[in-house]
Each structure stands twice: as structure tokens, then as C-alpha cells.
Design a protein around this ligand. Structure first.
Ligand code: FCA
Length: 334
């Protein structure tokens, strides 16, 4: 009897010890960490992706390490530091898509999984690295919608195509950029704007000063009969700079229609009562940030790899009339 009791209490003690050590190891377990690396942290677009990646982390219980990676060197060292911090994978919008092979090699060396958002990696031959999961905008279609919206507004203003010209700021180094401006030009032509009224001008840098310079160099080539201007480009900044250039060249808001893409980066501009910047095509940065982070979390925890290609094609035209309402709907108004 005594012996049995002794064995019983020994067993209980052993169970208790196991329970304590189990719970302390559970307590000690750190949450899963993933990285979210973006090329232009100053753009509200990327800040929005970050904010919603963090929301996914809160909802699902993982930590997001946000790192700005404006150049190749910073990108590669960010991957090392992610690994040193115990991250298991990362989502990235790279500063240069040609860094793809180097980024993948670095991720592999550190045992990290990688997926891209917005800008898709290309290999040494300029081909997409289709093995790396990617989520981004359906660029040509979104560009077409941007061009169609410009043409509709030109018609609303009763513009004559004969005295209307388009200046399209291009950034062809980036496939998503080229497809957007190609789509936009196609829609403008389809709406009746003569092909020779479309001036393409290459940006050296993908920011407001870069597009201002590009538009300036196109404006001097315009014929005397150019009364009305359409300003295009791959995102809000590329159109904002263009519109600024038209202002310095003496065009008034009534004679300029600039429509960007992103929406997030045009909020300040749309708050101004009037300008040549008419509106922006707003896609879903909130969904992109949330979903890519959630996909990476799932990949590192369950092994389920994200789809190789996910295209986002929903866009809404926001203008001074509806931007507050549309941004509020998706939680981007503050
Ligand atoms: C590219 C652009 C960003 C944003 C994103 C969807 O990365 O540089 O501004 O438009 O695609």
C-alpha cells in the first residue's frame, strides 16, 4: 500500500515537473518573425503596406520586422540582420528588380523564404524569376483604366483632341511601370487622341523631382497649338511632378488633367481645392500588405507556399469629389 502511494506521488511529481517545463518553454517561445522590406519607405503606398502587414501580424500572432531598403547594399545587409534576429522569411519590394538573383541567393544562404510584392524579380537575362512567389498589380489593365479615366475627363471638359496633348512620364526599367504607361497610352489612343499627340519622356529617378524633370523636357517640344494637357505616369509621384512642371510652364488647372496610380500618395494633393492633378487610380495597398505578410507567415509555419503569381486588378478612381469617402471605406482616411 505504502509502496503504491509512493509510486503514485512520484508519478504526480513527474507530471507536474513536465507541465511546468512545458509551460515555461511555451512562454519562452518567441512569436514567429517575418521581414517586410520596401524600396521607398517615404511613399505612403509602402507605409500603408507596412501598416496592414502589422495588422496581419496582430491578428495572427506574428511579428513584422520593417526595413527600408533603398539600395542593393542595404538590402543584402537587411537579409543578414533578419536572419540574425530569428526571422523565418520576408516579403520584399526591391530597390532594383535586377537584384533578384542576389537576394534569392542571400535568402537561401540564411535559410529564409522570400516572396516579392509590387515589383517582380528578373534574372540576369531580364526574365521574370517565376519561381519566386509574387503579388502585384495587373499593371497593363490598371494603366488602361487610368488612360480611360483621363479620356473621360477630357470629354467632360469638352476638350478638342486637336489641341490636346499627353505627356507620359515613363520608367521602362520596371516592368510594372512600362505596362502601366503602355496601357494608359493604348486607352488614350482608343478614345481618339492622335498617336502623334502622345509624348513619352523617360524619368531618371522614380520620384517627384524625376518626373518634374522628365515632363519639363517634354513640354519644350510641344507645338504652339497645344492648349490642353494630359499628364500620365506609373504612380502618383510620377504624375505629381509632371503637374508641377505644367504649373511652372504657365498651364492652369483647367487645362491640365493628371491622373496618378496608388491613391495613397495623392491625399495631400487632393486636399488642395484645385490643381491639374485631377485624381488617382486607387488599388488595394491594404490587401497587398495584409495578404503578403499572411502568406509568408503561413509559408514559414505550415509549409504552404504562396501562389507563384497573384494579380490585383481592382481599382477605383478617386478625385476631390469622392476621395475621402473611398479612403474611409478601406480604412485609409485619417
Ligand atoms: C511600384 C511603384 C509604387 C507602387 C507599387 C504598386 O513599386 O514604385 O509606387 O505603385 O508599384
Amino acid at each position: 500500500m505504502n509502496r503504491r502511494r509512493a509510486i503514485h506521488s512520484l508519478c504526480c511529481a513527474a507530471l507536474a515537473v513536465t507541465a511546468v517545463s512545458l509551460s515555461s518553454s511555451l512562454l519562452a517561445a518567441e512569436p514567429v518573425k517575418i521581414g517586410f522590406l520596401v524600396k521607398q519607405a517615404e511613399e505612403p503606398w509602402f507605409q500603408t503596406e507596412w501598416a496592414f502587414a502589422e495588422k496581419a501580424g496582430k491578428d495572427k500572432g506574428f511579428t513584422v520586422i520593417k526595413i527600408a531598403v533603398p539600395d542593393g547594399e542595404k538590402t543584402l545587409s537587411a537579409i543578414d540582420s533578419l536572419a540574425a534576429n530569428g526571422a523565418k522569411g520576408f516579403v520584399i519590394c526591391p530597390p532594383d528588380v535586377g537584384l533578384g538573383p542576389a537576394i534569392v541567393a542571400k535568402a537561401k544562404a540564411n535559410g529564409l523564404k522570400v516572396m516579392t510584392v509590387d515589383d517582380r524579380f528578373v534574372d540576369a537575362n531580364g526574365k521574370f524569376m517565376e519561381d519566386v512567389p509574387y503579388l502585384g498589380m495587373a499593371a497593363f489593365e490598371v494603366g488602361e483604366k487610368q488612360g480611360a479615366a483621363m479620356a473621360t475627363e477630357a470629354k467632360n471638359r469638352g476638350w478638342d483632341w486637336k489641341e490636346t496633348y499627353a505627356v507620359i512620364n515613363t520608367f521602362n526599367e520596371l516592368d510594372t511601370g512600362k505596362k502601366r504607361t503602355d496601357g494608359s497610352a493604348k486607352a488614350l489612343e482608343a478614345a481618339g487622341l492622335p498617336k502623334e499627340h502622345i509624348l513619352y519622356t523617360a524619368q531618371k529617378t522614380l520620384d517627384v523631382p524625376g518626373s518634374m524633370d522628365a515632363t519639363n523636357s517634354a513640354l519644350v517640344k510641344l507645338p504652339g497649338g497645344a492648349k490642353n494637357l494630359i499628364i500620365g505616369g506609373m504612380n502618383d509621384n510620377t504624375v505629381l511632378g509632371g503637374v508641377r512642371a505644367t504649373e511652372s510652364a504657365g498651364f492652369t488647372a483647367t487645362n491640365v488633367i493628371g491622373i496618378g496610380i496608388n491613391g495613397t500618395d495623392a491625399i495631400g494633393e487632393l486636399k488642395k481645392p484645385n490643381s491639374g492633378f485631377f485624381g488617382s487610380m486607387l488599388p488595394s495597398p491594404h490587401i497587398e500588405g495584409y495578404n503578403t505578410a499572411a502568406m509568408m507567415y503561413e509559408w514559414v509555419t505550415t509549409g504552404k507556399e504562396p501562389p507563384k503569381y497573384t494579380a490585383m486588378d481592382e481599382v477605383t478612381l478617386i478625385t476631390r469629389k469622392n476621395f475621402q469617402e473611398e479612403l474611409t471605406k478601406i480604412g485609409l482616411w485619417n
